[in-house]
Design a protein around this ligand. Sequence first.
Ligand SMILES: Nc1nc2c([nH]c(=O)n2[C@H]2C[C@H](O)[C@@H](COP(=O)(O)OP(=O)(O)OP(=O)(O)O)O2)c(=O)[nH]1
Length: 150
Amino acid sequence: MSGLIQVVGGAIVDSLANPARMLVARRTAPEQFAGLWEFPGGKVDAGEECEAALHRELREELGVEVRLGPELPSGAAAGWRLNERASMRVWFAEISDGDPQPLEDHDQLRWISTTNRDEALSLPWIPADFPIVRALLESLGTPVGSAPLR
Ligand SMILES: Nc1nc2c([nH]c(=O)n2[C@H]2C[C@H](O)[C@@H](COP(=O)(O)OP(=O)(O)OP(=O)(O)O)O2)c(=O)[nH]1
C-alpha cells in the first residue's frame, strides 16, 4: 500500500464534445483552502472505485449527476500529486441531471471560459491545481493569451 490519499476531481464542462466552459468551485474550508478555487470532488472511500467516488462527491457537493468523459492524463496511476500525502485523478464530465448548487464545502460556483487561458489562470486556485489547470487548457488546445470567443 502506498499510503497516499486518493482524491478525485471533476472538470465539469458544458459539453464533452465541444467544451467552451468549465464549472469551478470555491472552497469554504479548511482555513488554508478557504476562498481558493478547485475541481469539485473529494477523497475516495476505502474499497470505493475512483469513478464511483467522483459521482458520489459531485452528487453530494453540487447535487448533479454527470456523464464522465476521458481522464486528464497525468502520467501517474494515482493522478496529479497534490502534496506529500495526496494525489488527485481528474476526469472531464458533463452534467446529465440537476442544476449545480454549492450544497457542501463551497460558497460559490462559476462557469469559466476554457478558451481564455488568462481567465482560468487568474483565479486563486489551490496552488497544487495550477499545473492541472494548465495541462487541462493545453489538452483543450487553448492558446496562450487567447481572447474570449464572441
Ligand atoms: N476536491 C478537491 N480537492 C483538492 C483539489 N486540490 C487539492 O489540493 N485538493 C486537496 C484538498 C484536500 O486536502 C483534499 C481533498 O479533500 P476534500 O476535503 O475535498 O475531501 P472530502 O470532500 O472527501 O472531505 P472530507 O472527507 O475531508 O470531509 O485534496 C481539488 O482541485 N479538488
